[in-house]
Design a protein around this ligand. Structure first.
Ligand code: SF4
Length: 211
């Protein structure tokens, strides 16, 4: 964990609807933290422009919204040393907390207890960095972006991460979205399967014009 020596690096805090995965459409406050431990070439998330806030300031800004569902995202939230304190504070205030991670490092056990929904999006480009001892091995959902031929990576992650839901997301490279490739891969991954099937997750917030 490298972030937050002088405070918590916050990119933005806003209210919207969850655009992806199992909780699509769910109203939530989004807390986007700065920094990431990966550098995906197609990344469309701004995570390197942030302000540094105290824990109290973060809590105050999130609590300015009435919604008690919080989605903590990034960048990569699990590189933040200050995350544990935030999770404790929000849980004691009655929040339902979801956290989105690339899955490279598992949350510390005391942190995990406060996370009600863990969404993991492992990145095929960095497959060799996923180490069984360090990575997330259990989650509520796995969501993989179809960044090239990722069939073997999906099968590998399905075996290594126990989850309730598995999703494929088309890759958006500056507006070019490989939806057809993604649907074809769904067919190949699900052929003959009765359990642990993959479903389609679209970036519906982009389609709908939500933030
Ligand atoms: S892990 Fe996510 S936030 Fe980090 S570079 Fe990749 S797409 Fe961007």
């Amino acid at each position: 964990m490298t972030q937050d020596a002088d405070g918590i690096q916050v990119v933005e805090i806003f209210e919207s609807l969850q655009g992806e995965g199992y909780n699509t459409g769910m109203p939530a406050v989004f807390l986007r933290l700065g920094g990431c431990n990966l550098a995906c070439p197609w990344c469309d998330t701004v995570f390197d422009r942030f302000e540094t806030l105290s824990e109290d300031e973060v809590v105050e800004r999130v609590a300015a919204f009435a919604c008690k569902t919080l989605i903590i995202t990034g960048g990569e939230p699990l590189i933040h040393a200050g995350l544990g304190g935030l999770l404790e504070r929000f849980k004691s205030l009655g929040y339902w907390i979801a956290l989105e991670t690339n899955g490279l490092i598992a949350p510390l056990e005391p942190w995990r207890r406060h996370i009600d929904y863990l969404a993991v999006s492992p990145k095929a480009l960095y497959a060799e960095l996923y180490d069984d001892e360090q990575m997330v091995r259990q989650a509520d959902e796995v969501r993989i972006v179809v960044d090239g031929d990722v069939q073997a990576f999906c099968e590998n992650m399905r075996d290594r991460i126990e989850a309730a839901h598995y999703f494929l997301s088309p890759c958006d490279r500056a507006g070019e979205v490989n939806t057809a490739d993604t649907v074809r891969l769904l067919g190949r991954l699900n052929r003959g399967r009765r359990t642990k099937k993959w479903l389609l997750s679209l970036q519906t917030h982009k389609l709908a014009g939500f933030r």
